[in-house]
Ligand binder design. Structure first.
Ligand SMILES: *Cc1c(COP(=O)(O)O)cnc(C)c1O
Length: 339
């Protein structure tokens, strides 16, 4: 294996040694298969290809200073995939099977888990697809659940820093009674144009309001939003955003730190009142928001004037990372030692 420059890896795909697969046929899940192929033999009429019956997850394994490798809250990812499966009429992968396959694929690819000092991690990507061949629109009768891994670089190469976002009213990523609360590719396909529009103007990401009224905060691209004011952690309650495991963890840590936690609709104008704001998800944990521009009104909601993240955001960020790396006591039992 040639030397890898772990610190300078991007968030991209790097070939590893193995992936694990399990097929659902005749109404049941089969045996776990270990595979070194990167491709999937699939019928051209597979339901996932035409009608988007597919779901995915994303989590990470961390090589820790105590020599162990930990996986963070995989039970939550399993539960979310089960919710997504119910939403798209796919068979559920049990938490037991999910965790067993996560552990197998991490152990099989141990040499690809980046060293602690690099700040890089092993990204774990579970994928569930309807593989049955059909032309009519109805749920597939066969499925493939697979998990691959890829080492990914540290999110903040130049240190924990803030980013600008832009509100879009011209595109929606999900509808209130649609699939926004499920982790499915269709939501991402729907977000590509808005994301390109934001990037072309130099923004880190697009910022979504609720699709129905455009009155409330929804999500920051593919990350949840939170704001901090008056010692309170506020995050949107909406049926068109994805329940983020990171956000759920930050809400608990905020409470542990003595903050109040509110999960409720957040009117757009309330952005004015936040002292700090951030986007959260597995990739970055917290990506602090410098400002959110509203091009339709010309207004800018500014959270950081000097480019530095807020004090509470930084505290929450450091606390969560320390738990993921086994440095701080894991009071809530979130990390599982895999190696
Ligand atoms: C995956 C995802 C998130 C973040 O969820 P985590 O479990 O924290 O990684 C947020 N929003 C969307 C739309 C997502 O797909």
């Amino acid at each position: 294996m040639k030397e890898i420059d772990w610190k300078n890896l991007s968030f991209g795909y790097l070939k590893t040694d193995y992936n694990v697969r399990c097929y659902y046929r005749d109404g049941q899940w089969g045996q776990i298969e270990v595979c070194s192929e990167e491709t999937i033999p699939m019928h051209m009429a597979a339901v996932c290809l035409h009608y988007g019956q597919e779901a995915f997850e994303g989590l990470k394994a961390y090589r820790c200073p105590d020599g162990h490798v930990r996986v963070f809250r995989s039970d939550e990812n399993a539960a979310r995939l089960q919710a997504t499966s119910r939403g798209l009429l796919m068979p559920e992968v049990s938490t037991e099977l999910f965790n067993e396959m996560v552990d197998r694929v991490v152990r099989l690819n141990e040499r690809w888990i980046p060293p602690y000092e690099s700040g890089a991690t092993l990204y774990i990507r579970p994928l569930l697809i309807g593989t049955g061949a059909q032309v009519g629109v109805h749920p597939s009768d066969e499925y493939l659940f697979l998990i691959f891994v890829s080492p990914v670089g540290p999110y903040f190469k130049g240190g924990f820093a803030t980013n600008p976002y832009v509100i879009t009213r011209d595109y929606d990523r999900s509808a209130p009674l649609g699939t926004g609360c499920y982790k499915v590719g269709g939501n991402y396909a729907a977000s590509l144009r808005a994301n390109k529009w934001a990037h072309d103007q130099g923004y880190s990401c697009e910022f979504y309001l609720d699709a129905k009224e455009k009155k409330y905060i929804d999500e920051c691209g593919a990350a949840n939003f939170f704001g901090i004011k008056d010692n309170t952690y506020v995050t949107p309650l909406s049926n068109s955003i994805l329940p983020s495991v990171t956000n759920k963890s930050l809400m608990q840590l905020a409470e542990d730190l003595g903050l109040k936690v509110e999960r409720r609709p957040i009117p757009l104008e309330e952005l004015e009142t936040f002292e700090e704001a951030g986007a959260c998800g597995t990739a970055a944990v917290i990506s602090p928001i410098e400002r959110i521009d509203d091009p339709d009104t010309g207004h800018s909601y500014v959270f950081s004037k000097d480019g530095k993240p807020g004090v509470i955001s930084e505290k929450l960020y450091k606390k969560l990372i320390a738990i993921q790396y086994g440095i701080e006591p894991d009071r809530h039992g979130w990390a599982r030692i895999v190696i």
